[in-house]
Design a protein around this ligand. Sequence first.
Ligand code: BDR
Ligand code: CA
Length: 307
Amino acid sequence: MRIILDCDPGHDDAFAILLATASKEIELLGVTTVVGNSYLENTTKNARTVLDLFDMDIPVFAGCEKPLIRDIIVAPDIHGKSGLEGAQLPSAKRPIEKAHAVDFMAQMLTKYSDIILVPTGPLTNVALFMLRYPHLVKHINSIVLMGGGIAFGNVTPVAEFNIFADPEAAKIVLNSNVPIVMAPLDVTHQVVVTEKEISKMRRLGFKFDLLADLLAFFKSTYKKVFNIDGVPLHDPCTVMYLLHPEIFEVKEYHVDVETRGELTYGQTVVDVWRTSGKVPNAKVMLKADSERFFDVFFEKLSQLKGV
Ligand code: BDR
Ligand code: CA
């Protein structure tokens, strides 16, 4: 599977990157970055740091530094000011590639027509790609994204961060006719990192100790902000779905995004009972087998060189 991972690292984004690079089934063509959990400069630095840590030969392309229309929002309360706080990580060494993320996507989609886009941040880059290169949209095999929620949000009562950070972009992507698989909060909150997983990570070796520190920080902010005892590993659900779709229970729904509501701005509107009469445009993950998820997660990550 050829993929482009479009992300805003971000603690859980970092683990999505690592899971993809650790999996032989996946050819990661490049990592593209977007403003989201932190400003673009930081998310791009963080993506490079994570790849440097395990000497991964994957190019990093910076994308949009602001959402299509709305003002920037970032998430320092969850990911720290830098977007990836909690561990003494070495500073990023590899260069940022010259091409803009969106132009890199276009180059790759001109060359290959089987690419899966995997967005784990706000959908600004993907939407801009669609606006700028409409003739290449049909070359996208599918989009497997983390975002949205059916029953609840995490920035407002109904809006999830990645969608709320750029609802107009999300609307473009969901209405693009590209096959979409969506990991909403409803499923990611079933894949929870507790002390058990953090200790298991530490036991894998020195570099994993740093990764365990990241998870511990992420877990502590979830305790502070949401008063819950474990942290959902949101973004890796996308990569895991590619590797082992059977871990997830999925249903097809029509999904759209509210871009005007006073109370509902950024909500994913999921037509569970098909009241809209609209044809489903997304496979939505509803349930995850968390035990199996973590078995595969650790099996894959332990393939990375830890010393
Ligand atoms: C999403 O928001 C970010 O904080 C995480 O990286 C994840 O992509 C969860 O709502
Ligand atoms: Ca993210």
